[in-house]
Write a protein that binds this ligand. Structure first.
Ligand SMILES: Cc1cc2nc3c(=O)[nH]c(=O)nc-3n(C[C@H](O)[C@H](O)[C@H](O)COP(=O)(O)OP(=O)(O)OC[C@H]3O[C@@H](n4cnc5c(N)ncnc54)[C@H](O)[C@@H]3O)c2cc1C
Ligand code: SF4
Length: 508
């Protein structure tokens, strides 16, 4: 008797757990493009096209490898619109005895699978370096779950950048070398761009017909859509981008959406690249003298450190993590996040590049859009839906801890020891945005004062009871207390006026 083997859109690895547990001579793979997954938040058309094209190519590959694959395209008239609906339909057709699945990366779908009236064998997703049990063992008796210590364990576990039991070069972390402001010019030409093949072209027409009302531009479409292309892109970045990755990791330039970033999150998270293989290739570039240690370490830390750590937090904190809002923020997400005109040059750049590429690099996500959302008191659930929708690499397991924890401090400090907030100064130091902004970054008050300057103090004062005893924030409150009473009143009144304009839907 056959069993169904569920392969989701972000499970496109040949070694995914459900495939390893199944038998090609007996079992049937089920893959489906379903309206519920594509539309439960309004995903960027480029993201939907990337996933559908990569799924179709993966299905073709599995067939070549000898698997029987039942694939449901979005426009199949029998498509039930949900993953569970497709499994139930295919189970009846095939008289299947049950379903083998790899656990999904969001709790909503996991619950739906568990409630389905079919026998389910759900396997742990073992495409991560740390198991949930290892993360739990590391986390359970700690007061603070600081990524740095977890990362060192992952270095020891993988042997990456290790010299015996010591870190290569004598230090675990070279972050202090990785904070250079924006350079005058970027030497990396950006990600490898692929011409859509026939399968991708067909998907593009489908997505255009069905999802053109979603935020973001579908064309030009240039993402790779299979493992070979993902590997080509990785090699291209290692050859041209890796060496500048460390120095300019936090830098932003208005006309450089990618800087020296790898743009591999979409490939990694869909399963086209494996995290360990990526790190080993990067380590090999350093060993052969093609990359400096600060870039190599900084990059490997993002993958075996941050990526694994946020996965561990998401798993450990469970389904209610996404609804946390300890700061009680309730403002609606302003329309500028969906492309409405704004006078803030930094926000305009981050949002319009997101619309164009389904991508923004980390520091834009954290210190521009995330910083603004936190300072402006926006409801974390709405912010999460936005990040989940607009980025090609976004899945709940990685998006939620980054948004709820790292960016919005909505989890009360599980991930961040203090909120990532800054005035306009930080953005000015790290970018070239402010010079051509309608606001003036040097103005702390007045009609053209940078909104980040006003909102920064408004945030700190709104949450003084919570943060003033934080040793890393005492200095900020001391600065505020040294201001004259008049100045403090002006800052707060102007910030209130800005927030009222925002909440009234006016251009800001
Ligand atoms: C508010 C916010 C939301 C985010 N949402 C997502 C998301 O939905 N999906 C996602 O993959 N990443 C997310 N990140 C993390 C990070 O911004 C992206 O992984 C990165 O920008 C992807 O681009 P890249 O591949 O060019 O990464 P690079 O800068 O080149 O880094 C290489 C890789 O390191 C990993 N990495 C780096 N930082 C993180 C991190 N904080 N958490 C997890 N992995 C990390 C990613 O796999 C990334 O591809 C978010 C960060 C913030 C602040
Ligand atoms: S002045 Fe303020 S709003 Fe304008 S780009 Fe700079 S930080 Fe952004």
């Amino acid at each position: 008797m056959t069993r169904l083997v569920l392969i989701l859109g972000d499970q496109l690895s040949e070694g995914v757990a459900a495939l390893k547990a199944a038998d090609p001579d007996r079992d049937t793979v089920v893959m489906a493009e379903v309206a519920e997954e594509a539309g439960h938040v309004p995903h960027h058309p480029k993201k939907i096209a990337f996933l559908f094209a990569a799924m179709r190519k993966h299905a073709a590959r599995l067939r070549r490898l000898g698997w029987q694959v039942d694939y449901t395209p979005l426009d199949d008239p029998d498509n039930t619109g949900t993953i569970t609906g497709e499994l139930i339909r295919r189970a009846a057709e095939r008289k299947a005895t049950g379903v083998i699945a790899t656990e999904p990366g969001d709790w909503r779908l996991r619950a739906a699978l568990e409630e389905m009236p079919l026998k389910l064998h759900m396997l742990r997703d073992d495409r991560f370096i740390a198991t949930p049990a290892e993360f739990e063992a590391w986390a359970k008796d700690r007061k603070q779950l600081r990524m740095e210590y977890f990362y060192r364990d992952m270095r020891r576990k993988t042997g990456l950048l290790m010299d015996g039991d010591q870190p290569a070069g004598g230090q675990w972390n070279y972050d202090h070398d990785n904070r250079k402001p924006a350079p005058d010019a970027v030497t990396y030409p950006g990600p490898l761009r692929f011409e859509p093949d026939d399968i991708t072209a067909e998907v593009l027409d489908l997505v255009e017909a069905r999802f053109s009302n979603h935020f973001g531009q579908l064309r030009p479409f240039w993402f790779g859509t299979d493992r070979d292309q993902a590997l080509q892109h990785l090699d291209h970045w290692i050859a041209g981008g890796l060496s500048g990755f460390g120095d300019y990791q936090d830098a932003m330039l208005a006309d450089q959406p990618f800087m020296y970033h790898a743009l591999i999150g979409l490939y990694l998270n869909a399963g086209l690249l494996d995290p360990l293989e990526v790190c080993q290739k990067v380590e090999a570039a350093w060993k052969s003298g093609h990359a400096p240690l600060n870039a190599t370490e900084g990059f490997i830390r993002q993958i075996i450190g941050w990526r694994e750590y946020v996965r561990g937090i998401w798993y450990r904190e469970g389904p209610d993590y996404t609804s946390r809002n300890v700061l009680g923020h309730t403002n609606d997400l302003p329309d500028l996040f969906w492309g409405a005109a704004t006078d803030m040059r930094c926000m305009e750049r981050a949002v319009s590049q997101t619309a164009e590429n389904a991508y923004a690099h980390h520091i834009q996500r954290l210190m521009v859009t995330g910083n603004f959302a936190l300072l402006a008191g926006i409801d974390p659930a709405q912010v999460q839906d936005w990040y989940l929708a607009v980025y090609a690499d976004a899945y709940e397991w990685v998006e939620a801890p980054n948004v709820v924890g790292m960016s919005l401090f909505a989890d009360g400090g599980i991930i961040a020891s203090k909120p990532y907030v800054s005035s306009g100064n930080y953005i000015d130091k790290m970018s070239d945005y402010c010079g051509s902004c309608a606001y003036r970054v040097k103005d702390k008050t007045g009609p053209r004062a940078c909104p980040f300057n006003l909102l920064y103090w408004h945030f700190l004062i709104r949450h003084r009871a919570r943060f003033s005893s934080n040793p890393r924030m005492g200095q900020m409150y001391a600065t505020w207390d040294r201001m004259t009473e008049d100045r403090r009143a002006t800052v707060l009144a102007e910030a209130d006026a800005f927030l009222s304009r925002m909440n009234d839907g006016k251009r800001i």
